[in-house]
Every structure is written in structure tokens, then in C-alpha cells.
Design a protein around this ligand. Structure first.
Ligand SMILES: *Cc1c(COP(=O)(O)O)cnc(C)c1O
Length: 362
């Protein structure tokens, strides 16, 4: 988190019904509109991202409804599991790890699954470093069906453009602690008019996570219940910093840093796990060459360089390393990480390439 965001968290707590706090909530929701490009104020629920995903399902998918869950990795699978837990009839569309979902594949899957009431999509699949072509995927859903388009954009909002209105998206879930460079605590949900019409129906038994009630409260710049006040202090400042840098500049910085990260790793002879063209602007995944294990690399980076990276999920646990570069990240951070990887793996990585040292001063 940037220093001013951390400082905002040291403030005395105020009543969440005070005028002071209403001004903060008002600023936050109006600034968030630029990140969702939506017509409605985004909703603020006190929860982590997964809570937001559950809220999205609970408010828009009646039990027994047929939905298509597009899964390109672990977080897409989680979304499908949540829908199943809520009694949806889930039809799975699974894509192998490292690949993005293709619009034509989705079109075929929708035709096979038809009729369907909703499609679950992941904008940026953090577990594999894949950015799905969300605009194209949403367009296919709208061309082929009346289904709601429900998107986990937890690791993309704040780093990658997302245009709810223009792309015809109904529900977008994100969270404070990823590219919005704030502490965890608030799930942010963009909703379309269509999604709100569904959420207003009697099947919706959500109480704490009720979209309609939260929308009513936010019309008065307040939340239904006591929110994570400190997290909102921090988010207020983080959104101001992003606005100051310019949201387009922030998107561009993420693209450039991701490219720089991938280039740095490629120069070390490491292979990108993600298929070409689908690489995420917020997380880069590389293949761990034998005889290394991902655990050994992760531990050494943490112990010797104070660099924290992630491993793969499930069967990919020892086979890939993931480097996050979202939010408060600069070129210096990328240089540090690539240089730490070079020092850690130096000489013992893929043998058919001459090892090259990364010059951190470049
Ligand atoms: C981090 C993440 C989540 C989970 O969020 P929590 O805040 O840990 O519940 C879900 N989906 C994606 C794509 C994520 O990156």
C-alpha cells in the first residue's frame, strides 16, 4: 500500500452514520464508477472477494437455474463451486490451465447448454496469469442468450479497463486488496439495471448481502450495516491516488510492468506459463524448470531476498511460480524481483540458453 493509504488507516474511527463518513462513502462510490464504467453506484459489502462472489450468486441466481460457468483456473472453479453450493444447475466449461477462454468456444458451449440464465466469467485468472478477452466473451453471451453476465474481476479492476455498460456486463465483483492497493475488507460489486431487477424478485433471501437494500442505503451515501470503516478510509485515499496518476496511465503502467517482467524472465531462459496473447497485466506465471521445485524457489526468494511470490494451484503447485505486479508497483520492484530470481536460479535453469544476468540499474 502507498504510504498515504497506510496513514489513512491510523485515523480515529468515526461513526458510520456521521456526515464525515457519508462524504467518504460518496467520494468512493463516485470514483469507483470510473473503474467499472457503470450507470449504477457500485455496492460496498464488508467481506473479502469470495464473499462478493457469493453475494453475486445469491442475489441473481434462483435455486435450480441453469448457468454456464467458464473456468480457466482455480478462481473460475471456485465461482462454479459457490453457484453449486447455492443450488444452481451448473454446466461447466473448463479450459486447460494457462489458456484463455475463446469466444468461439464459448459460443459453442452456450448453444450446447441452452437455455441458460447466467454465465460466470473470470476477467483475470490469478491462478494461471491469464487475462480473458472479456469484451468479446460478454458480447457472445449477449448475442446467444438473455443470460446475465456475472464476472469475477477481483484481480483486474484498478489495473485493466472494464466497461460494464459498453460490454453488456451485469455483475462485476472486485475487492480492495488487489489492484486497488488497499487493505482487505470490502467487496465492491458493480450491478446493471438487469441484475437489480432480478435481485428484487422474491427468491432473493440474502439479508446481509442484499443488493436492493445496499443500493437503497448507498443512495444516502451510507451502507446497510457497519462497514469496515478503516478499510474505507484507506480506499478513499487509494482511489484519489489512482485518479491523480490518471486511470489510463495506471492501466498503461500495468501493461508495461507486466511486459517488462515477462521479458526479464525470458532473458533468464524461463518460459512463460500463459499462452501468448493471454498474458495478464497483473500477474506473471513462469514454468519451473527441473530440477527446481516451486517451493524451493519461493522459499529462497523469501528468505534471501525478502521477495514473496506464489506457487501454482493444485497439480501445478510445484510447476509454476506466479509474480504479482498489481497496484502500488514500479519498474524498480520488477527489476528487484527479476534480479532476485536470477540470483536464486542462476546457472541452474534451462540449459539450452546462455544464462543472462539482469542489470537492476537498467
Ligand atoms: C484474490 C482472488 C479471489 C479471492 O479473493 P479473497 O479476497 O481472497 O476472498 C477471487 N478471485 C480472483 C480472481 C482473485 O484473484
Amino acid at each position: 500500500m502507498p504510504p498515504p493509504v497506510r496513514e489513512a488507516m491510523a485515523r480515529q474511527i468515526v461513526s458510520h452514520r456521521s456526515d464525515d463518513f457519508r462524504r467518504i462513502v460518496g467520494r468512493i462510490t463516485s470514483r469507483l464508477i470510473a473503474h467499472f464504467e457503470c450507470a449504477e453506484k457500485p455496492l460496498l459489502f464488508t467481506a473479502s472477494g469470495t464473499g462478493g462472489m457469493e453475494a453475486a450468486i445469491a442475489n441473481t441466481i434462483p435455486r435450480g437455474q441453469r448457468i454456464l460457468a467458464v473456468q480457466v483456473g482455480a478462481f473460475g472453479e471456485r465461482f462454479a463451486d459457490i453457484a453449486r453450493a447455492h443450488g444452481a444447475h451448473v454446466i461447466d466449461m473448463r479450459i486447460s490451465y494457462g489458456r484463455a477462454a475463446e469466444p468461439d468456444e464459448l459460443r459453442k458451449a452456450i448453444r450446447r447448454a441452452y437455455p441458460i440464465n447466467a454465465v460466470l466469467l473470470t476477467h483475470n485468472e490469478t491462478s494461471t496469469g491469464v487475462l480473458n478477452p472479456l469484451a468479446e466473451l460478454a458480447r457472445v453471451v449477449r448475442e446467444e442468450s438473455e443470460a446475465l453476465v456475472i464476472v469475477d474481476a477481483i484481480s483486474s479492476v484498478g489495473a485493466v479497463p472494464l466497461r460494464m455498460e459498453q460490454w453488456g456486463i451485469d455483475v462485476v465483483v472486485t475487492v480492495t486488496q488487489k489492484a486497488l492497493m488497499s487493505p482487505p475488507g470490502i467487496a465492491i460489486i458493480g450491478v446493471s439495471k438487469r441484475a437489480l431487477d432480478v435481485a428484487a424478485k422474491p427468491f432473493n433471501t440474502s439479508y446481509y448481502f442484499n443488493f436492493i437494500e445496499m443500493r437503497r442505503a448507498l443512495a444516502d451515501d451510507t451502507t446497510t450495516f457497519t462497514p469496515a470503516v478503516t478499510t474505507l478510509f484507506a480506499l478513499d485515499i487509494a482511489l484519489k491516488i489512482i485518479e491523480h496518476e490518471g486511470i489510463e496511465n495506471v492501466w498503461k503502467r500495468h501493461r508495461q510492468l507486466a511486459e517488462s517482467c515477462r521479458k526479464g524472465l525470458a532473458a533468464l531462459g524461463l518460459r512463460c506459463f500463459t499462452e501468448r496473447g493471454a498474458e495478464s497485466p497483473t500477474v506473471s506465471a513462469f514454468v519451473v524448470p527441473a530440477p527446481w521445485t516451486a517451493t524451493a524457489i519461493r522459499q529462497q526468494l523469501e528468505r534471501e531476498h525478502n521477495v514473496f511470490v506464489s506457487q501454482g494451484r493444485k497439480e501445478w503447485k510445484e510447476k509454476i511460480i506466479r509474480i504479482g505486479h498489481m497496484g502500488y508497483v514500479t519498474q524498480l520492484d520488477i527489476d528487484d524481483v527479476v534480479s532476485a530470481v536470477a540470483q536464486t536460479m542462476g546457472g541452474r535453469h534451462i540449459r539450452d540458453r546462455e544464462p543472462q544476468r539482469v542489470n537492476a540499474a537498467e
